[in-house]
Design a binder for this molecule. Structure first.
Ligand code: GDP
Length: 321
């Protein structure tokens, strides 16, 4: 049933989660692939409902699926809403993977996360580190769901011969991210905070935790390019890491964000907020052997994300929300 390399030309490709940051980047990238992109209009199908998901796939009959629909959020959202993170993700991925098998979908790409690896995995983290130690507690519910998705793709490949693959991205950022300070990831949060501090002339801005954790940040359009590449060339059980191969401390990141935004005040660290994992740098050896490398420098990606924020989020009246 597997076809390598998988040709996208002339194919129907469903981007599940096309309204999100990752899904919208995949749609932008697929525009140059000569395939028909299928998306589910908002409200048309609740992927947490098995019958709705099966009905949608049976009627749309895509050849390939990018499974980018998920409940996502930053460290505080993960830590405080564990039930939503485990239930929504398990339900969405279980329904889509099983319905894809039933509908005879030829290729499916499941998106995981670098938080699936043990909290203290040796760095950079190779794909083999999966299930070798305890998880980071602030996002273990999300991680458990994502691990189940990887294992499901492996099981479906083994038992049914389905060409379903899994990809583990580093921490993502870019256009269409969530800039809400309570539920967002670190990059959009720092952009929104630095912008607000600049606009109001505040002497300092708050950064959560100690500033010492390290994060590997991948621009979402680079991720989309890697996903299209992997969908075409990769067809095997092990997940593939996608990252830049480099990381920065949160303090270094905050300094870069302030420079991009043009905020010259101080940074105040709030130790009452969690640091999360000390470090989660991905080993990208397998990805590079498959012929792909990240292109966007952090500074450029931050500048583009700030432009998006200025044009779409920081409109008068909504600023600082
Ligand atoms: P994580 O990679 O799952 O921990 O996700 P996040 O992107 O939410 O957080 C990454 C790191 O940035 C953590 O150490 C946070 O404590 C730190 N951080 C600093 N300031 C902020 C902030 O304003 N929002 C978020 N979400 N994280 C922040």
């Amino acid at each position: 049933m597997t076809e390598a390399p998988f040709a996208l030309e002339g194919r129907r490709v469903w981007v599940a989660g096309h309204n999100g940051m990752v899904g919208s980047a995949i749609c932008r990238r697929l525009a140059s692939e000569n395939c028909a992109v299928v998306t589910a209009p908002r409200g048309a199908v609740d992927l947490r409902r098995q019958a709705e998901t099966e009905g949608w796939l049976a009627s749309e009959r895509p050849d390939a699926i990018f499974l980018a629909a998920a409940r996502v959020g930053g460290i505080q959202a993960n830590d405080t809403r564990p039930a939503e993170f485990i239930y929504d993700n398990l339900a969405i991925q279980t329904n889509v993977i099983e319905a894809a098998r039933a509908a005879g979908v030829r290729k499916l790409l499941f998106l995981g996360s670098s938080c699936i690896y043990p909290r203290l995995a040796s760095q950079p983290m190779r794909e083999e580190a999966l299930l070798t130690g305890p998880l980071e507690p602030t996002n273990e519910w999300y991680a458990i769901a994502k691990i189940a998705g990887i294992e499901m793709c492996r099981a479906y490949r083994r038992q049914y011969g389905c060409d379903f693959i899994s990809v583990m991205p580093a921490n993502l950022y870019g256009p269409h991210d969530n800039f809400d300070l309570e539920s967002s990831h670190v990059v959009p949060a720092l952009i929104a905070k630095a912008h607000r501090a600049k606009e109001t002339g505040a002497p300092d801005m708050t950064v959560w935790g100690s500033g010492r954790p390290r994060r590997e940040l991948l621009y979402v359009d680079d991720l989309a390019d890697a996903l299209v590449h992997l969908l075409k060339v990769y067809s095997d059980e092990p997940p593939i890491n996608v990252g830049t191969g480099e990381d920065v401390t949160i303090d270094e990141l905050a300094r870069s964000v302030c420079e991009v935004v043009g905020y010259r005040g101080a940074r105040r660290y709030d130790a009452s907020k969690p640091d999360g994992a000390p470090r989660k740098l991905l080993d990208v050896g397998r990805l590079e052997a498959l012929g792909w490398r990240a292109k966007t420098a952090l500074r450029d990606g931050l500048a583009r994300t700030y432009d998006f924020y200025l044009e779409n989020v920081a409109a008068p009246g909504t600023e600082g929300s």
